[in-house]
Design a protein around this ligand. Sequence first.
Ligand code: RTP
Ligand code: MG
Length: 140
Amino acid sequence: MATERTLSIIKPDATKRNLTGKIVAKFEDAGLRVIASKRIHLTAAQAGEFYAEHKERGFYGELVAYMASEPVVVQVLEGEGAIAKNREVMGATDPAQADAGTIRKEFALSKAENSVHGSDSPASAAREIAFFFSGLELVG
Ligand code: RTP
Ligand code: MG
């Protein structure tokens, strides 16, 4: 499998509970490398643009308000099959459905406050990485 890059976000519920290091350790233990990282506080407009694909969903307003409620840590993770591997380590969207040992099983509070985001395809990864980082900030 090819080396890939994916966009990860450690969400407000996790930064608020000081879980950043524990979550990054899970990615590193799975063989993913952090090649870019920053802590930012999104505006509602920025969160809305990032999650524009969900605009028509009932949870969109709640999602945007939540993502802008506290700082987040955005990172680019690199590794073999990084997009699928990251989502495997994250676990299912709803922590009640997530496998044992996954980030969401261990840390998520609910389906909405589920601690992490990960890109879901190569096209999403390219868009989402460019949303937060310039090429100069990616140091593999
Ligand atoms: P993400 O995009 O954040 O990595 O999560 P995902 O692919 O597993 O889930 P997705 O369907 O893309 O949903 C994006 C985020 O919206 C929130 N959500 N809330 N209240 C609800 O029913 C609900 N459903 C989704 C979650 O924060 C989810 O991660
Ligand atoms: Mg998604």
